[in-house]
Design a protein around this ligand. Structure first.
Ligand SMILES: Nc1ncnc2c1ncn2[C@@H]1O[C@H](COP(=O)(O)OP(=O)(O)OP(=O)(O)O)[C@@H](O)[C@H]1O
Ligand SMILES: [Mg+2]
Length: 345
């Protein structure tokens, strides 16, 4: 971990000392299809504390983006079936669309996955900023200083906003997308795979930029990635998601160095070791996640788990607290930690 991670961890209020800024309770999100509903988020409860970076990690299709979209009520083709998303004194799951609009962008905003595609190729960059001001009922002329200030902070020369998105490099396009997300100085940023499409060096620079912006603007961040390595240096807490559920959550150092769930342990093995890149072949976890239309009744990871016993296919594990480290509770969803089954492993 870098020293900047440590300083932000030190400044942080822990789960023991502060109220969450976002409190997600028993959230269920489904996408109806002809073959039945896909339950992409299944009973997720998650608290996000002021000033923290929560890393949300899991394989493709486990429901990370769906959770992000649900918070901002930007679900396409899906709906919140159950649960609450408490933000200040409001439940984002039930407030009116008008109220939601006053929160989107100005209080909570999202850096969208594959953001390069999120920029309209036929619209000059300037137009994207003007649209964002208008969406938030601001005046494109009187409030244009916000665009100037934000561009300056992100080292995007003002004159370049006359250009089209394709005229920028990948890293620069990503900075434009971050500038758009920060334009209204929101308190919470949901960064959905903010570096995935970029090469390794640009990736590191964007992550560094996000860490700096977090400190400067006092942001709270949900950092979504399929790559545990990407969030390790930036997040202070990490939540691991598998097949619509949280299977492990705890402070980043603990999840990284003492992963308790066999799935997290598998993800860690899949991180390429830069020093030994040539020698060591990356170990991906064999098998595929279950169908979210009809998930198995026992542990969802059982069919891929190297230590599963026969009970794992029958009994659904609970999310159980197994310790507290650096002021953060460590939870895991695996039968090997439950009193009733412990001795069988
Ligand atoms: N509009 C949709 N209609 C039907 N199913 C959907 C829709 N959007 C997502 N899904 C399904 O919901 C599940 C969760 O998808 P989601 O995009 O949230 O996963 P993710 O963790 O963000 O994956 P990735 O790492 O690939 O971005 C997947 O099974 C996906 O196929
Ligand atoms: Mg996604």
């Amino acid at each position: 971990m870098t020293s900047s991670t440590h300083s932000s961890v030190n400044n942080l209020q822990t789960s023991e000392t502060s109220q969450p800024i976002l409190d997600i309770q028993s959230l269920v999100v489904e996408y109806p299809t002809k073959e039945g509903n896909i339950r992409a988020v299944d009973n997720v409860s998650l608290q996000i504390y002021p000033g923290e970076v929560l890393g949300l990690v899991g394989e493709s299709g486990c429901g990370k983006s769906t959770l992000g979209f649900a918070i901002l009520r930007l679900l396409k083709g899906g709906f919140i079936k159950q649960g609450a998303i408490q933000f200040n004194d409001k439940d984002l799951a039930t407030i009116s669309e008008e109220e939601m609009k006053s929160i989107r962008g100005s209080e909570i905003s999202m850096i969208f996955q594959a953001s390069q595609n999120a920029l309209n190729p036929l619209q000059r960059v300037r137009g994207h900023f003007i649209d964002t001001l208008k969406y938030n009922d601001l005046d494109p002329e009187k409030d244009f200083y916000r665009v100037e200030e934000t561009l300056e902070r992100l080292d995007i020369p003002l004159h370049r906003i006359q250009d089209y998105p394709f005229q920028f490099s990948g890293g620069m396009q990503q900075r434009i997308v971050i500038a758009l997300a920060l334009l209204l100085r929101p308190k919470v940023i949901i960064a959905d795979e903010p570096t995935t499409a970029l090469d390794v060096l640009v990736q590191a620079r964007i992550l560094q930029l996000l860490r700096e912006l977090k400190e400067e603007f006092d942001l709270t961040m949900i950092l979504i990635s399929h790559d545990l390595g990407v969030v390790a240096e930036t997040a202070n807490r990490i939540a691991i998601m598998y097949a619509g559920q949280i299977v492990e959550i705890g402070d980043a150092k603990t999840v990284f160095e003492n992963a308790a769930h066999p799935y997290t342990q598998g993800l860690l093995k899949a991180i390429p070791n830069i020093k030994e890149k040539e020698k060591k072949k990356m170990e991906a976890i064999p098998g595929t996640p279950p169908d979210l239309r009809n998930p198995p009744s026992g542990c969802r990871f059982a069919s891929r788990c190297p230590i599963a016993i026969k009970e794992c296919k029958i009994a659904a594990p609970m999310l159980l607290k197994i310790g507290t480290h650096h002021g953060q509770d460590h939870f895991v969803r695996c039968l090997q930690y439950e009193d009733e089954y412990k001795t069988k492993f």
